[in-house]
Design a protein around this ligand. Structure first.
Ligand SMILES: Cc1cc2nc3c(=O)[nH]c(=O)nc-3n(C[C@H](O)[C@H](O)[C@H](O)COP(=O)(O)OP(=O)(O)OC[C@H]3O[C@@H](n4cnc5c(N)ncnc54)[C@H](O)[C@@H]3O)c2cc1C
Length: 512
């Protein structure tokens, strides 16, 4: 099938198939011969031979190339253009399963490797360094970070710069950016769509988690001109989950990254536009179209708006937490964190299932994990099978424990003090303390409950089940008051909203 849709080519030993910094490259299926994949320092990462294939997540996301591939034995191969490959992935389920899971696993391995991807040079105690580190982590970009305090070379590199230009960021291929915004970094890497100053659509979806992606897939597939904007990374909280076990149709579970990649590919298949990173900053209701203002000045006018901004992790109420965040205190545990925490003493705070999943993941990576939670018994808040897993992987559980203070230097944690005065020598903390809704930007434009979640249906005085107090503005997923905080329900609500949008935009058609 690949041969039918691609182009057969040959290459001689020493020829480069693609190089670090290239804007794009084709998917390469090897018929004969062999190629070596190397990093920026020329170090070999892997070789692929006959029946193997070259390609990684950036083939689908459009990011620039992070690695170089050089022919080591004369090659005959099939090159499939990126857009053609996307189409094949839609049409062929088994090919899509094979390639997507390989791409996701390759990206996870790259994230654990030093010297691949973007380089961030910036001081540990700078909030701008932390912002970029956080963004790279959220974007699942392979990156390395050098603190000029710890490297003379890095100090010399940024010594000439004005403080307002630090951190310095080097892209694969060598280009440099000085204190880029998240948007500038994304565009420089070729990620994501750039919006015009004024956009007009049928349906604007704010938030790219399961609810927003569900709405984008159904909205676009049912003929609505749909734009989805996301302030960080498509996938939302679900994208941070190591393994989602309870999503229908995946009996062996699916990683959040993979679920998100599949959903994004599906949304694009139906021509939904997805734009990141764009943050919605204000909603101004109108009679025919509502106006949503985005950071950077873009204005989107939409006949219907879906608020699917989900919820954000709660922070620990201790002094100077922000000095440690992104360096030794985290809100999700992925491959880079597991790598960094191997053989270290790690605390996981929280009594819910996500805390358990992270604790098990880190313990399996070789960390010495203590799980701290407030209640007397974990079974009040955690599923039984996860309590058993904690025991199986040697996670120590401390009931009735709360952290009162953090201790450490320059963002690196050294220990914590509990409210009863006890000291624990922990080098890393992972916080899973529940979430607050991302609704501050809405002010009192739509009705919200005292906790800030958006009211819908009769509680909001609205006709439609998922409609807010403003006609034509809907809410779905975790951000909605009373919703079940799960992936499947978020997707279901997002999809359901599309039906209501159709009814609003074309009542005559919807009633047929
Ligand atoms: C670690 C972890 C593990 C989990 N595991 C499971 C599991 O195994 N099974 C399960 O069913 N559920 C699980 N959940 C819960 C599940 O992920 C959530 O219920 C689901 O993601 C909610 O989807 P959502 O689209 O409503 O919101 P979110 O996933 O929160 O997505 C909202 C999106 O909106 C964006 N956003 C916020 N404000 C703005 C703005 N102003 N402008 C633009 N964009 C904005 C955010 O960046 C975010 O990407 C887990 C959650 C976590 C954190």
């Amino acid at each position: 099938m690949l041969a039918q849709h691609g182009e057969e080519r040959t290459a001689e030993v020493g020829e480069a198939l693609f190089r670090i910094g290239d804007e794009t490259y084709p998917f390469i299926a090897i018929v004969e011969g062999e190629a070596a994949v190397t990093d920026a320092a020329g170090e070999e990462i892997v070789r692929h031979g006959a029946s193997g294939f070259l390609g990684e997540m950036n083939l689908l996301s459009g990011q620039t190339v992070f690695l170089t591939a050089v022919v080591t034995e004369p090659m005959r191969y099939i090159a499939v253009d990126r857009e053609v490959l996307r189409q094949l992935l839609f049409e062929d389920g088994s090919l899509s399963d094979l390639l997507l899971s390989a791409f996701v696993q390759r990206r996870e391995l790259l994230q654990q490797r030093e010297g691949v991807g973007i380089e961030i040079v910036g001081p540990r105690d700078s909030s701008e360094t932390r912002r970029l580190l956080d963004y790279a982590r959220h974007m699942r970009l392979p990156y390395s970070w050098t603190d000029p305090e710890e490297s003379e070379e890095a100090a010399a590199q940024i010594g000439q710069l004005d403080p307002s230009e630090i951190p310095l960021l080097r892209l694969p291929g060598g280009a440099e950016l000085r204190r880029p915004t998240n948007g500038e970094l994304s565009r420089a890497l070729g990620i994501g769509l750039e919006l015009g100053e004024r956009e007009e659509v049928d349906l604007l979806v704010v938030g790219g988690g399961p609810a927003g992606l569900g709405a984008a897939v159904y909205g676009a597939s049912e003929g609505l001109d749909t734009l989805l904007i996301e302030s960080t990374v498509l996938g939302g909280q679900a994208g941070a989950s190591r393994r989602i076990e309870n999503y229908l149709g995946f009996p062996a579970g699916i990683s959040g990254t993979e679920l998100a990649s599949r959903a994004v590919t599906q949304a694009r298949k139906f021509h939904a536009r997805t734009a990141t990173p764009y943050r919605a900053e204000a909603l101004e209701p109108g009679s025919d179209r509502h106006l949503v203002r985005l950071d950077g000045g873009t204005e989107v006018r939409a006949r219907a708006v879906l608020l699917a901004t989900g919820a954000e992790y709660r922070r620990l109420p201790v002094a100077e937490l922000d000095r440690y965040e992104g360096i030794s205190v985290f809100y999700a545990a992925g491959p880079p964190e597991a790598q960094r925490c191997g053989a270290q003493r790690v605390g996981v705070v929280g009594g819910g299932n996500s805390a358990a999943q992270a604790a098990v993941w880190l313990a399996r990576g070789g960390a010495l994990v203590t799980l701290l939670h407030r209640r007397a018994d974990l079974s009040e808040t955690m599923s039984r099978y996860l309590i058993d897993e904690l025991e199986r992987y040697g996670v120590a559980v401390r009931d009735r424990s709360e952290i009162a203070a953090l201790r450490g230097e320059e963002g690196q944690l050294d220990g914590v003090t509990l409210t009863d005065g006890e000291q624990l020598p922990l080098s890393f903390l992972f916080l899973f303390l529940g979430a607050s809704p991302c609704t501050d930007w809405l002010g009192d434009v739509v009705a919200r409950c005292p906790d800030g979640f958006i009211l819908t249906g009769p509680e909001a005085g609205a006709d439609g089940l998922l409609e807010t107090s403003v006609p034509g503005v809907y809410a779905a997923g975790d951000v909605r008051a009373g919703s079940i905080k799960r992936c499947a329900t978020a997707v279901g609500e997002g999809a359901t909203v599309v039906r209501f949008v159709h009814e609003r935009l074309a009542p005559a058609v919807a009633s047929l």
